[in-house]
Design a protein around this ligand. Structure first.
Ligand code: AMP
Ligand code: MG
Length: 326
């Protein structure tokens, strides 16, 4: 792939118009959403979709999410909006919830990894919405990182991973949620949670009026969940809050260690420390950028405090376990 000059522009009206023109011509544009930055391509253009896989180094069996400006665009993308999908859309769109439904013939196999289903979502970020409106067509977009790396939650993260590979990055500031969308298979009566996100399983169940099910034979886990993911160049080691509080962590003599934590820390501090006080949502927001900052600071072993595995914490722990997997 020959290098291109990558421009980074604040996501104002002119830059958005330029981004739409690039997309229309089949090029790739990175843009902010409320979850993480996306790497966008025209959804109905298989050649553009293939460029996304190439730019990311993404395995071709890991499909993309199709972004729409509103639920009014759904008939172009999905064959049937089920009653369950309707309820979830009413509760959470625009927002960080992706629905898996049967695709129409217009959605190319390159976008869905050859599946009969498509993942679709309507983002709430004003720049993403402006871009979708300006293009007038759905945009296929996975996260704008090189495959396997932590998802980008700021424009600079995108430049670090994809600089020289794409012509334009729209800068909309840091992402408000900081973790990717929840993915729900909504083809049946009950929601099947294929990937946890910042909309908790409890809220999904309430809106659906049905319990949330785990992936199984008829609705297997999102293909992306089997790949190595979210990993910075340093080793990630998960530590429970008690070890942060009681000073045990302060006694380990790991060279070039770092720590990302919420609980008050006692003991000798490693050279890289990122404390994220506040609730689990704040921790979720700061997680990927903390991983990238630790990496940039030359940390070799990064200790990351865990959170309770419920609510938003479910998504945090899902990403953390993958980041720590070797
Ligand atoms: P990303 O936006 O980078 O998180 O990637 C999109 C995610 O959506 C990946 O985990 C994919 O495996 C998942 N995904 C996309 N299309 C489908 C689909 N048709 N069925 C299940 N999961 C999907
Ligand atoms: Mg991704």
């Amino acid at each position: 792939m020959s290098p291109v000059r990558t421009r980074l522009l604040r996501a104002g009206p002119e830059a958005v118009a330029e981004a739409a023109a690039l997309l229309r011509a089949g090029a790739l544009v990175a843009f902010p959403t409320e979850t993480v930055y996306g790497l966008g391509a025209r959804a109905f253009d298989p050649a553009a979709a293939r460029r996304v896989y190439r730019a990311k180094g993404r395995p071709s069996d890991n499909p993309l999410i199709v972004h729409v400006a509103s639920s009014g665009d759904l008939p172009r993308v999905v064959r049937r909006v089920t009653p369950l999908a309707r309820r979830l859309i009413a509760a959470f769109w625009p927002g960080p919830l992706t629905l898996v439904l049967e695709k129409t013939a217009r959605v190319p196999a390159a976008v869905t990894g050859g599946r009969s289903t498509v993942a679709v979502r309507c983002p709430s970020h004003p720049a993403a919405r402006a871009l979708l409106r300006a293009l007038g067509e759905p945009i296929a977009a996975p996260s704008a990182n090189r495959s396997g790396r932590p998802s980008p939650t700021a424009a600079a993260h995108v430049r670090r991973d994809l600089g020289g590979r794409i012509p334009l990055i729209l800068d909309g500031g840091p992402c408000r949620r900081g973790l990717e969308s929840a993915i729900v298979d909504a083809r049946g009566r009950r929601p099947v949670l294929l990937r946890p996100g910042t909309i908790s399983p409890e809220r999904i169940a309430r809106a659906a009026g049905a319990p949330v099910e785990a992936p199984g034979r008829s609705a297997p886990a999102a293909p992306g969940t089997k790949h190595r993911h979210y990993a910075p160049t340093c080793r990630v080691v998960l530590v429970p809050p008690a070890l942060v509080r009681n000073g045990a962590l302060g006694r380990v003599k790991t060279p070039r260690a770092g720590l990302v934590h919420r609980a008050p820390f006692s003991g000798k501090r490693p050279s890289f420390v990122r404390r994220v006080p506040g609730d689990v949502s704040a921790y979720a927001r700061a997680l990927f950028s903390s991983l990238r900052e630790a990496e940039a600071a030359g940390v070799r072993t990064l200790y990351v405090e865990t959170v309770p595995d419920r609510g938003v914490g479910r998504a945090v722990m899902d990403r953390l376990r993958r980041a720590a997997a070797r």
